[in-house]
Design a protein around this ligand. Structure first.
Ligand SMILES: [Zn+2]
Length: 102
């Protein structure tokens, strides 16, 4: 089953790699999908397949974007990148003093 194969041990390793890299670069921030970037704890951060697994998107770093669980679910099977891309490819958002958008 392709879906199972997509979430194997290799995926879990890459997922950790992606989230660790995101944390190192941006800190505990979700780039936001449909909402502005906002703070998110490490535990809340998830890896989203930009091209969904269900649509054949591979578990490769280039197909990953880090989003919090809420934004990831909001994205669902959309294939676009989040507000994310400008954030991920640009300077890190300023660390938030207070809650931005929850
Ligand atoms: Zn989020």
């Amino acid at each position: 089953m392709q879906l199972l194969a997509a979430y194997d041990a290799r995926y879990r390793r890459l997922r950790k790699e992606a989230i660790d890299a995101h944390l190192a670069r941006f800190g505990a921030v979700c780039p936001g999908y449909g909402v502005l970037p906002h703070t998110a704890t490490k535990a809340e951060l998830t890896v989203d397949h930009v091209i969904p697994v269900a649509d054949g998107g591979p578990s490769e770093l280039w197909n990953f974007q880090v989003l919090c669980g809420t934004c990831n679910r909001r994205k669902g099977r959309a294939t676009d990148v989040a507000v994310d891309r400008p954030v991920s490819s640009g300077p890190a958002p300023k660390s938030a003093r207070g809650p931005l958008i929850a």
